[in-house]
Design a protein around this ligand. Structure first.
Ligand code: GLU
Length: 469
């Protein structure tokens, strides 16, 4: 059975690069009917925080990437790491090193002076004359000869000579295990069959393979995913704007849109752009991942977001819109069903945040007219059409788009003016501004009495303006 994992270090929020790695790992598990493990690599006690653990899980939950096992915290597993370190010492695959930091530094400098990579020279590899009461670290006895071959599912064959790898510290002088040791023990114990992770870890892989081999553990398959770049070709970072998954929620993207965008960022299936969750699971394969890094493209994310706002069930989109309404302090207890607002606004915006911004007038009285729209449309000439359309609207016994449409039409006909001469002042009266979906459906979502009262407000504005002229 397949088992994959996502193994974030809780030292910040869940960023889009991590989310994509998690997604690929999750998809591969789902696709193969396997398990997806969430493992929190929190052994760096100084940098790991509970807030970050929460933020990572919030991001995963928001994206609906559920885990079958976990969260497993590495800090709960120190005993097990100690046990494995002892086992490696016992079997002669690890040794105590009593070098001082100064000695190690001197070795590194010596190597560099010879034009080699800085490395530890193996000084304590075969010694047993241990000094008493001196601090020591434990190093892995890396093989001296031969090479490590990784048949990386994404990057292809990678071969590293053992001569390029020095003897890695697996336990610090306080006995605490280091990153490469904990990853190896966990991948082994958790039966990870496929390690899907960012290619910033590719240099660790040969070391991890050597340790796994020393333990007699089975080797997982590796898939190293190239990084995400910003639009300037540099590694995606805060400089480029939002990088945290939850920032994308705050900015008004649907989780479906971000997931769909991320799955395509570095993976393709023909020229298909839109993938439902089920389709992603069915069609995704690690072998289809790009070898080259991909550049983040916000315009495309916006396009995908628009697609989902328009095509997902309006009730569902409304649940996400509700979050933004609350975020913007708009009380939706009174007023139209949010799903109906989604239906009329989805075509008109890039994000749910914008949708909330332009839907306020459905739930709240606007405090003042948009200055530009009022200046243009709430003028003396608008008095007559507004008054007439108001009386027609007030007289309707059934408040629906069709009747509203007829009232507006009837007004224009009776006064022998174009529709715009009625419609624009009415729009500004009803919404406070000059932009809205078509008037009949906009008004239908408001209440009849509310529309009549707002027309009064517009007429009062015109009267005041004339008085001040
Ligand atoms: N904890 C590592 C990180 O956050 C990932 C380790 C791994 O995937 O092997 O970068």
């Amino acid at each position: 059975m397949t088992t994959t994992r996502f193994a974030p270090s809780p030292t910040g929020y869940l960023h889009v690069g991590g989310a994509r790695t998690a997604l690929y790992s999750w998809l591969y598990a789902k696709k193969t009917g396997g398990d997806f493990v969430l493992r929190i690599e929190d052994t760096d006690l100084e940098r790991s925080t509970q807030a970050s653990v929460d933020a990572i899980m919030d991001g995963m939950n928001w994206l609906n990437l559920d885990w079958d096992q976990g969260p497993i915290f590495q800090t709960d597993r120190f005993d097990r790491y100690k046990e494995v370190i002892a086992q490696l010492l016992e079997s002669g695959h690890a040794y105590r090193c009593y070098c001082t930091p100064e000695e190690v530094e001197a070795m590194r400098e010596e190597a560099m002076a010879k034009g080699e990579n800085p490395r530890y020279n193996g000084m304590w590899r075969d010694r047993t004359d241990y000094p008493a009461d001196k601090p020591f670290v434990i190093r892995f006895k890396n093989p001296l000869d031969g090479s490590v071959v990784i048949e990386d599912i994404v990057k292809g064959r990678i071969e590293i000579g053992n001569s390029e790898l020095d003897d890695l510290i697996i336990a610090r002088s306080d006995g605490s295990p280091t990153y490469n040791l904990t990853v190896v023990v966990d991948d082994w114990d958790m039966g990870i069959t496929h390690v899907v992770r960012g290619d910033d870890h590719v240099n660790n892989t040969p070391r991890q393979i050597n340790i796994l081999a020393a333990l007699g553990a089975p080797l997982p398959h590796y898939a190293h995913i190239p990084m995400i770049l910003g639009d300037d070709g540099k590694r995606l970072s805060k400089r480029h704007g939002a990088v945290s998954v939850m920032q994308y929620r705050d900015d008004g993207y649907l989780p479906e849109a971000l997931l769909n965008y991320l799955v395509r960022l570095g993976w393709s299936h023909g020229d298909q752009e839109i993938f439902s969750r089920e389709e992603m699971i069915e069609l995704f394969d690690l072998t289809g991942c790009n070898r080259a890094p991909s550049a983040f493209n916000t315009d495309k994310l916006v396009w995908v977001n628009q697609h989902y706002m328009k095509t997902l069930d309006a009730e569902y989109v409304a649940e996400h819109l509700a979050w933004h309404m609350a975020d913007q302090g708009i009380n939706i207890d009174q007023g139209p069903a949010l799903a109906d607002v989604v239906k009329v606004q989805a075509e008109r915006v890039k994000t749910l945040k914008e949708m909330a911004q332009i839907s306020r007038y459905f739930y709240e009285e606007y405090s003042e007219f948009d200055a530009k729209a009022a200046k243009k449309h709430l003028r003396g000439v608008a008095k007559e059409p507004l008054t007439l359309v108001q009386s027609k609207l007030a007289a309707l016994t059934q408040w629906n788009a069709e009747n509203i449409h007829a009232a507006i039409n009837g007004t224009a006909e009776e006064l022998q003016v174009g529709m715009g001469k009625v419609g624009m002042p009415l729009r500004v009266a009803a919404t406070g501004a000059g932009n809205s979906p078509s008037l009949d459906v906009t008004l239908e979502l408001l209440e009849q009495a509310q529309v009549v009262a707002r027309i009064d407000k517009a007429l009062a504005f015109i009267a005041e303006r004339e008085a001040n002229a």
